[in-house]
Structures are given as C-alpha cells and as structure tokens.
Design a protein around this ligand. Structure first.
Ligand code: F6R
Length: 599
C-alpha cells in the first residue's frame, strides 16, 4: 500500500525522490524523506502528492549520500504531516519508514508511553522507532535492538531504518510486505517494487521473509533474527526502463492498455513446463479459484471456462470471503490469482487453504512476490510492470494464462480433442494481432466517452461468460471516473435493477455474436423501452444490434471463449477517456492504491 525507497549513493536525495515518483502508484496521500547529513537526521514530510512536496522542499542544497523515503496510503491515522513517514524515536537518532500493518502496536505503545516515550503520530508504524530506541537504551547494539523489535512486533512489515548511531547503514526488514534490494556501481538500493530500481540496476533480489538486510556502501548482507547469515538470490530482471515509464503517453493507464498486444504475446510464450507443472495439481481435484477485484473477475472467467471446456465445476470465491465460505478442503486445489502477488485478502485465503491441506496454483505478474512463495506451483504472467492503479494489461494476461492452463489440461485429460485444441490455440495465437486492430479504433471510444462522460450512473449487462466483461467494465468505470456503475447478469436485471431505468440511464451491453446474443437482444429491448441509452459491444457486422443501439463498438468474430479478452479493451478505453474528460487522474484514483496489503 505504501512505497519505500532507500539508497546509499551519490546524490541520494535526488534518487530517493525519483524512486518515490516511480512508487507513487502504491500510495499518494502523503510523502516524506529522511537523509543523514553531518551525523544528523534531516526529515521533511507532508500531506499531499509528491510533486507539491518536491516544489516546497527547503533543503538549501544539503547533500547526502544516504537516506530513505516513503509515499503513504493511510491505514492507521488520517493523511497528515504528523502521520506521514519517516517516523523517529524520542531522541531523533533513528528514522524509519514502514509498509504494512502492525497488529499488536496498541498494547506495546501503551507500555512505551508508561516508560516515558513520546509519540508524535497516530500511526502504528511509529512504534518501530521507539521500540528500537528502548532496546538500545537497555544496552543492546543497534542491530540487536532492531532484531528484538521485529521479534515482538506482529503483522506485516517492510521497513527501512537509518540512524546516526550507524550513519553508513540502511537496515531493512521484511515480513509479508514486499521489499527488494539492488546493487550496482551506482549504489545500493532498497524499494517496495522493482520499477523504482530499474534506473540503477536490473540485478535485483527479493528480501527473504523474516530476514534483515544491511545495506552499506558497495555491500549488502542478510541474516535472520537469530543471526544466521543467509544468501540473497539475485535475478537479472528482463524489464527495460521504458516499461516503467510513460514513454510519451499522458498516463500509465493508457500506455498499459496499448501495451496489451505485447503483454499477451509474451504471456503466450510462457514455457510449457510451467503450465504442465500446474496441471498436475488439477488432476482429480476439487478446484476453487480466488482473487480480489479485477483478479476475481479472472477467477469468474476461469469458472465459466472450466465448465464449458472441461465440464468441471470450479467455484470462484472473492478472497475476502474465502475463509467465511469454505470449510471442507478434501483433495482440493486453489487457483489464487493476484497481479501484485501481495494482496492481503488473497494471501489470507491461500494461507487458510494451505492450513487445511489444499494445494495452491498461483497466477501472478510479480515474480518473487508473496504469492510465488506461498504457492505449490505458479504461473507468471508476462505483462511487465503495471503502474496505473487500475488493472488493465495484467487482467488480459491472467485470462490468457487460464486459457493456456485449461486448454492443455483438457487436451491431456482427453476432454478436448487434438483438432479442437489446435484450432483454439491458433485462435489464441491470433489475439495479439486482433487486439492491435481494436486499439486502432480507440478514437471511436473516445467520442463515445465524451458523449456519456456526464452520466451519473451506468449498468453493464451481459450473459454467460461475457458477465466477466460486464463486471470488469463497471469496475473500471467506477474506480477511475467516479461514475456509479454496476455490472449485472442481464437476465437478472429484471429482478430489481430495472426499476432504476428512466430516460437517459446508460446501459452498456456486452453483446457479441455467441449463444447469449438472442436473449441479450431481448434485454436490450426491455431497457430501451424504458428510455435507457444503449451502448453495445458487438461482433463486426451485427446490423440488428447496431439498429437498436445508440452507440456501438465492433470487435472481430472469434470463438466465444475469447470475447471477454476482446470486449474488455473498449471498456478499459471507455473508463480511461471518461476519467480524462472529467479532469480526473486515471493513474491515481482517490482512496485507492495499487496493491492492497491490508485485509
Ligand atoms: C481494479 C484493481 C483492483 C485489483 C485488486 C486485486 O482495477 O486493480 O480491483 O484487481 O486490488 O489486486 P491484485 O491483482 O494485485 O491481487
């Protein structure tokens, strides 16, 4: 939820600010930095976005080669200067930045207050600095004090600490929340996510669970809380810097929408060995799918696909409801989907399922994320970094991964014959080309978005597998344009929602040429008869639906299982352009953050 960046390098401050810029998608309600200069910790922090913070930064050319920074998404304590990180101990000798949630901070805070500690914020995080101080005051070394602090703190933690006691070090710790380390001839770095490190190095290691990592000039050292040294595993990240920059686009979201042909094409090249390893966990199993938000929509897609292609019932369950919903896990596998691999609700569902003996197939876009550590086997989608808060390219690559997994499973189990398999694979391989063609028509969607951008409400209606698209289209529109939008099964709309329809109410229908089409035409007519404005996503040349729609967008004819991929693209564009016409920032919608690491 929050972004952490730290470095030991020349011109550390500039690098910290650049790093925070690349992490701002993780939280943007307040920001702060701490640097060490002349053995003194200098802190600047404030409520608001990074740009304003930089404009008002009064550091009078103070130079430093070591520091940490933080961009916040508030959990404990409202967005304010006091609650912004970094936080310090009473003496001002220790500064910390933290991402995660501390579960036992209230009780510990009371104990520390009784001992005389003075707290300046309402955050859970500040306690880290005071606990370290307390252990140091009791005679422990700085490092041992840090270890003892993390031994008693419960909850999720990614943390970077600097201190005038050891002014040449940044000490990091990680449990459940993400943290990566990079080292090169440009310096040593830590950050919440890989894109922040790409200007300096592609040689990146994930901080292992429950370990501290000590950064010093040109060296990095890791150990567990009992002092056992551990090896960091560095990987050469194949992403280039361009993938993490806007490259001429006005926003990350539109850049990422236009990257989809490439992202799909790369995901189609996932080595079969990964798919085959996952298949082993589907055989003779009861299978559930779980995810949150857009990733849940991918689960729903998986459930329809399993029923249609494999004649298997796979139940999709929203991650935050998972524990409340399931109790029996006899011979089960859970397919857990999360682009970030760090969503707390999804990780909790995984841990619960594992504790009951279920096997986990993870689908994520983030190698080294918690989901890859917790899964028995995982598939990594190849979207490249997604910076815009609204999921776009990662969603389509999740759908592609599920198709690859189920098609191959179907072939191996004799549920799909070789001729049908090859035909479908040919069609899937053609998807990058088709998505390029759809994107060439983005102007048409821009015009439609302009026409409807002042609407207050919208229904997104569909049947069968296209419900996935309706739900996703509604989520995209509501989260970045703040228009009240609901995705609904079209057949169900008669059972209540239709009472809201009055002249001018916007109804978006996902109505491609498949076996849902005849019934959808009936639903369009019902809404039209009550004065609704109809915008339909249709298959090319469907004159009948064009006739009854106020606006339409055509996608090429494909096998019906592929329509959710094609039909989602115009709705992503629709949400994007609507937000832009309303003067909103689609990359940073209010109250949201890219990875939701609180349950
Ligand atoms: C919507 C969106 C969110 C995420 C959800 C799960 O555009 O981005 O709904 O899909 O927070 O995130 P991941 O996939 O990282 O688990």
């Amino acid at each position: 939820m929050c972004g952490i960046f730290g470095c030991i390098s020349e011109e550390a401050l500039e690098k910290i600010l650049d790093g925070l810029k690349r992490l701002e998608y993780r939280g943007y309600d307040s920001v702060g930095i701490a640097i060490i200069n002349n053995n003194e910790i200098i802190i600047r922090k404030n409520k608001g976005k990074l740009n304003e913070f930089i404009e008002n930064l009064d550091l009078n050319n103070i130079k430093s080669n070591i520091g940490i920074g933080h961009t916040r998404w508030a959990t404990h304590g409202a967005p304010s200067k006091e609650n912004a990180h970094p936080h310090t101990d009473c003496s001002g000798r220790i500064a910390i930045v933290h991402n995660g949630v501390l579960e036992n901070f209230l009780q510990l805070r009371e104990e520390l207050i009784k001992k005389g500690h003075k707290f300046s914020s309402k955050t859970d995080s500040e306690i880290i600095a005071h606990l370290i101080e307390d252990f140091v005051n009791s005679g422990l070394s700085f490092k041992e004090a840090i270890k003892n602090t993390f031994k008693i703190l419960k909850g999720s933690i990614a943390c970077a600490i600097i201190s005038t006691m050891e002014p040449n070090k940044i000490i990091c710790y990680r449990r459940e929340s993400p943290l990566v380390i990079g080292i090169s001839n440009k310096g040593v770095f830590c950050a919440s996510d890989i894109p922040a490190l790409l200007p300096y190095t592609k040689n990146i290691a994930v901080v292992p669970e429950d370990k501290i990592v000590i950064l010093e000039e040109n060296k990095v050292h890791a150990e567990d809380l009992n002092g056992e040294i551990c090896k960091l595993e560095y990987n050469e990240i194949p992403w280039n810097l361009e993938l993490a920059e806007k490259s001429g686009y006005p926003h990350f979201m539109i850049k990422e929408i236009f990257e989809q042909p490439r992202a799909i094409s790369d995901t189609l090249k996932i080595p079969l060995i990964y798919i085959d390893r996952a298949i082993e966990y589907l055989e003779n199993k009861k299978v559930y799918l779980t995810g949150s938000g857009t990733s849940y929509h991918a689960c729903l897609f998986g459930s329809y696909l399993a029923s249609h292609l494999l004649s298997m019932d796979m139940r999709p369950i929203i991650s935050s409801e998972f524990i409340e919903t399931l109790s029996l896990f006899d011979n089960s596998t859970v397919i857990a989907i999360s682009q970030s691999g760090e969503t707390a609700d999804t990780l909790n569902a995984i841990r619960y399922a594992k504790s009951k003996g279920a096997k986990i197939i993870g689908i994520t876009n983030t190698l080294g994320s918690s989901i890859t550590n917790l899964s028995d086997v995982y598939i990594c989608t190849q979207s490249g970094p997604e910076i815009g808060v609204a999921a776009t390219k990662t969603f389509l690559t999740q759908l592609i991964s599920i198709i690859l997994l189920f098609l191959r499973f179907g072939l191996k189990k004799g549920k799909i014959n070789e001729i049908d398999y090859n035909k479908l694979i040919d069609e899937v391989n053609n998807i990058p080309k088709i998505t390029e063609e759809i994107l060439k028509k983005s102007d048409k969607i821009r015009d439609i978005a302009l026409k409807y951008s002042l609407k207050q409400n919208a229904y997104f209606l569909a049947r069968g597998i296209n419900l996935v698209t309706a739900l996703e289209g509604a989520l995209k529109l509501k989260e970045i344009s703040y228009i009240h939008a609901e995705g609904y099964p079209a057949g169900e709309s008669k059972h209540g929602p239709i009472s809201l329809i009055e002249p001018g109410f916007l109804c978006v229908f996902i109505a491609p040429r498949d076996n849902t089409r005849e019934k959808i035409i009936g639903n369009i007519m019902e809404m039209k008869a009550r004065g609704a404005e109809i915008f339909s996503i249709i298959t090319e040349g469907d004159e009948e639906i064009k006739e009854i729609s106020d606006e339409y967008f055509e996608v090429p004819f494909v096998n019906y299982i592929l329509y959710p991929i094609l039909c989602t693209i115009p709705l992503q564009l629709f949400a994007y352009y609507t937000a832009v016409f309303k003067g909103l920032d689609p990359d940073r919608p209010r109250n949201l953050a890219k990875s939701v690491t609180v349950p």
